[in-house]
Every structure is written in C-alpha cells, then in structure tokens.
Design a protein around this ligand. Structure first.
Ligand SMILES: CC(C)(COP(=O)(O)OP(=O)(O)OC[C@H]1O[C@@H](n2cnc3c(N)ncnc32)[C@H](O)[C@@H]1OP(=O)(O)O)[C@@H](O)C(=O)NCCC(=O)NCCS
Length: 155
C-alpha cells in the first residue's frame, strides 16, 4: 500500500466525492441504481450519531476509497455483528491494498464494539469483488438476499 494512504472517518466536506464513489459502485451492481440524491441522504444519515462507521482512504489529500459499516444485533451470534457496505476504491488506486486497509479498519472498529462477525452482500457476477473478499478472509454462505421495496408516496 502507498505509504501516503490515510484511512480516516469521513466528514461532511467529503460528501460530493463520496456520492461520486457510490455512483461508481452502484453503476456496477445490477440490483442498485445510482441516484445522487438518495446516496447523499443515506451518507448524511450515516454521518450522524449511532454505531456506524464511514471510513475513507485518502492519498495526497484526495479521497480514493470508501467503506461503511453498521452494527446490528445478531441472535445467531448472541451479540453485535457488522453489516459492511459501500466498499469501493477509485479505479486508478486499486490493487494497492487500500480496500484491504479499509476493511481492516472497519473490523478493528467493530471489534471495539464487540462485533464477532462481518457480513456483506456482493453482486453474484462481480468476480473481482469476490476474489477481493476471499483474499480478505470472507467466505460465501448458503444465504440468499430477499428484498421487498415498500411503496411510499413521493419517492
Ligand atoms: C473490490 C475493490 C474494493 C478492491 O479494492 P482494492 O484496493 O483494489 O483491493 P486491495 O488492493 O486491497 O486487494 C486486497 C486483496 O484482494 C485481492 N484482489 C483485489 N482485487 C482483485 C481482483 N480484481 N482480482 C483478484 N484479486 C483481487 C488482492 O490481490 C489482494 O490480495 P493479497 O493481499 O492477498 O494480494 C475494488 O476493486 C473496487 O472498488 N471495485 C469496484 C467496486 C466493487 O466491486 N466493490 C465491491 C462491491 S460488493
């Protein structure tokens, strides 16, 4: 990893860049559509109070990577677990260890909260992401993701 990489908590001033990074990510995933207004709103809520981590990787003053995590209570684990999302590194900064460093910091943050498991969803066709997660110690499960979008007025 480049010596100059800093992993830090995101700030409100990063929002425009982070919305751009999520645009990159959601452009890749069949189940999601990039919508800057929604991504901004979600990030603003994540940056509020609560057991949530929004971490960015910065190189030479530029934010080049993002990963978020939220704590949920797992009855299976009998305690906190982390839902990891929004993992993305700018194309020109990939392959340098930045994604791994972001996940390591997320894990360290979760450990301090007593989290015993990290879990995430990945597009089944995103082979590079699967290889990345495998290299970072994640393994596939027998679970499938089910989703129902609740119709709401004005959305
Ligand atoms: C997936 C992604 C976050 C990886 O970030 P990265 O900074 O390039 O990954 P790293 O350099 O930290 O790699 C960590 C490990 O994963 C492996 N890896 C990363 N990308 C890989 C790829 N495309 N193919 C195979 N292995 C890969 C690396 O070889 C490394 O393993 P090693 O340490 O044993 O050598 C990045 O490629 C990305 O942003 N992709 C587009 C967005 C995306 O798909 N996000 C995941 C959504 S679920």
């Amino acid at each position: 990893m480049p010596a100059a990489v800093i992993i830090r908590e995101a700030r409100l001033g990063d929002l425009d860049t982070l919305v751009g990074l999520l645009g990159l990510l959601f452009g890749l995933e069949a189940d999601f559509a990039a919508d800057a207004r929604r991504q901004r709103s979600g990030l603003e809520q994540m940056l509020g109070k609560g057991p949530r981590a929004v971490l960015v990787a910065e190189v030479d003053g530029q934010v080049v990577g993002l990963a978020t995590a939220q704590v949920l209570i797992s009855t299976a684990e009998g305690g906190p677990a982390l839902l990891v999302e929004d993992v993305v590194v700018r194309p020109e900064s990939r392959g340098l260890g930045i994604g791994r460093a972001l996940l390591a910091r997320i894990e360290a943050w979760g450990l301090r909260l007593g989290a015993t498991r990290l879990q995430l969803l990945a597009d089944r066709d995103n082979a590079p992401a699967h290889a990345f997660y495998r290299a970072c110690g994640f393994h596939p499960t027998n679970l499938v993701c089910l989703r129902r979008t609740v119709p709401t007025a004005g959305k």
